[in-house]
Design a protein around this ligand. Structure first.
Ligand SMILES: [Zn+2]
Length: 318
């Protein structure tokens, strides 16, 4: 284990998590995440306020590390929104964090520390973590997919995030699928994106759209998962339809990118065999013969993945 640590942050719509991450010297070793803490994001206060509190948290943590003689090698951030990795600026963010777009995070950190700094998107950080030390370890090209409230994705090629011309590469939730036709997506499209029918939120939406007369609506996807766990046949059918469609989209993505492995994480990926069986079925139906054996692997790092990935991002950049 390396004796230097990276100070990392995972900035989401609900909370900002922070931890010290030590990366193993041995490539087969496991990273160590300690001193994890978090503050609420309080998005309603706006982007300037979030940045101010983030900087205060970072300053406090850096001071505490100095006082405890913990050497810090760099600061790594995984943030919600579309990120310009090179300039450390938030290019766009959803309405969930008003005023986050346009924030110049790298510049603000340069005002409090000289340490190497790197910010990537939160989904990218997750993908870097899983591909380097999690389920994707040992695979050269990894497509990492997170299925939770929304659907995010990241492409990691030889340890590097593929960000694309506009920083948008990996947005697998906004691939087209007929099942989403007419269902409004978080991006504003109604042209049939997969996210509004296959994310956790989308699972609830799909259930309510498919439900026959006499079946009560559900508040969210979690309620559908609970019904499936309780043996409800209709809920299981809805979940299978949703997961199969996502599997077909993963097949399309793999036909295009041909990764060595796909890592699937997030709350919905924990829904169980009904979901996974349908996902694999959809994948098998859509994948080209040479692509079909590509493994679909459940994520292995859980909630620590973005912090570990943020450390990997700054370690590789510095
Ligand atoms: Zn969309």
């Amino acid at each position: 284990m390396s004796d230097v640590a990276y100070l990392t942050f995972d900035i989401g719509g609900t909370k900002i998590a922070s931890g010290l991450v030590r990366l193993p010297r041995d490539p087969d070793g496991a990273p160590e995440v300690t001193d994890v803490t978090s503050i609420p994001t309080l998005p309603e206060r706006g982007g300037d306020d979030i940045l101010e509190r983030l900087l205060r948290l970072a300053s406090d943590r850096l001071r505490a590390c100095r006082e405890s003689d913990i050497p810090i090698a760099g600061v790594g951030i995984g943030s919600a929104g579309v990120v310009d990795i090179e300039s450390g600026v938030i290019l766009s963010a959803t309405d969930l964090i008003p005023g986050w777009a346009g924030q110049r995070i790298a510049e603000a950190f340069a005002g409090i520390t000289d340490l190497p700094f790197r910010m990537v998107g939160d989904v990218g950080a997750h993908g870097l973590g899983e591909s380097t030390y999690g389920a994707g370890r040992g695979h050269r090209r990894v497509l990492s997919v997170g299925v939770g409230t929304g659907i995010g994705g990241a492409i990691v090629d030889d340890g590097r995030l593929v960000v694309g011309a506009h920083g948008v590469a990996g947005h697998i939730g906004h691939m087209s699928h007929g099942l989403g036709d007419g269902v409004p997506c978080s991006c504003g499209a109604t042209a049939g994106h997969i996210e509004p029918v296959a994310s956790g939120t989308g699972l609830g939406t799909l259930y309510n759209r498919m439900r026959p007369e006499g079946v009560d609506p559900v508040p969210d996807g979690k309620a559908v998962s609970d019904l499936v766990a309780a043996g409800d046949a209709f809920a299981a059918r809805v979940m299978a339809v949703s997961a199969r469609a996502l599997g077909e989209c993963l097949a399309g993505a793999c036909n295009l990118l041909d990764p060595d492995a796909v890592v699937v994480s997030g709350s919905v990926a924990g829904a169980g065999e009904v979901w996974w069986d349908a996902l694999r079925e959809g994948f098998a139906a859509g994948a080209l013969p040479l692509v079909a054996p590509t493994p679909l692997l459940p994520g292995a790092l859980g909630g620590a993945a973005p912090l570990i990935g943020a450390a990997v991002a700054v370690a590789r950049a510095s």
